[in-house]
Design a protein around this ligand. Sequence first.
Ligand code: MG
Length: 368
Amino acid sequence: MKITRLSVWQHDLPLAEPYWLSGGRLKFEALDSTFLRIDTDDGLSGWGEGCPWGHTYLPAHGPGLRAAIQTLAPALLGQDPRSPDHINRVMDTQLPGHPYAKSPIDIACWDILGQAAGLPLWKLLGGAEATPVTVNSSISTGTPDEMIARIQIAARQGYTVHSAKVGGSDPDIDIARIEAISAALPQGHRVTFDVNRAWTPAMAIEVLNSTKARDWVEQPCETLDQCAHVAARVANPIMLDECMHTVQDHLEAWKRGACEGVKVKPNRVGGLTKARQIRDFGVSVGWQMHIEDVGGSALADTAALHLASATPDENRLASWLCHYHLADDPVPGQGARNAKGFATPPTRPGLGVTPDPDILGTPVAIYE
Ligand code: MG
């Protein structure tokens, strides 16, 4: 089987409401998403999606993603998409780095591999059955009262795990947010305080040692060095997200005792092939993980949820579904959706999600 064509669509995904994180310094209103279809000489086609969370969240952006696909396409034409590891070696040889741009290509290849094998991706990624995955809400930064109100709305939608976005320049405001949210959390619910790298190490140590909350704290500071410094001086379990790009970063974090868990996001680390390697490393060292994507429609969410579903319960905390925040649905009703706090991956072969061509419109590029 050979790749004969790569077709690329650009599609803006408007958020249903503006979203703030990192203490309110970063605001988001729409996401620039790229949809990719790979066609083959035997008639199978696979889909992928790459959607950085804007261009201020990671060293990644929509135009860069599409430019990288243009660079990679000539080397991919004629390759067998059923060998994702080989496809990744080809991509890494042609263009070192740029993992976010490789993710939709890698996911589309996994979709074709699954269809060719007659198996859903959760089976190929190690799962025994389509295990439902706990989904977590994502609570935008606001005053304590605003954030508690958002948690209460999420609770009515079935969420029992919440990611509350904190992190500002005033330690007293963050201490107040954390104390108020911890105290107001419904019985049996859990929360992670996601700082989105907003704190200096000194501020992280001050805030976390001034609250009684012992919940997970995510990406307190910008770099792995800074987060490792904090992890050694606070009692909260630490989850790392934005500073983790390669398998080597994860090995380094483990050697330094910088975290007890990580976010595993295909669009950040380069697709399902590398996310699976990181997931397997995380299982081997006993980490607890959130496996989800950086952003995107239910297509990107579902690709990540296949991997989450195939991960042992004891190593998986919950998964966030970005599409829940969108005012647009290019894959209407398909894929992994929140049903009373859980999402289950599709059981048909491959990814199990196909975009509506009328919604995507005309491709911005075709390589053949
Ligand atoms: Mg995060």
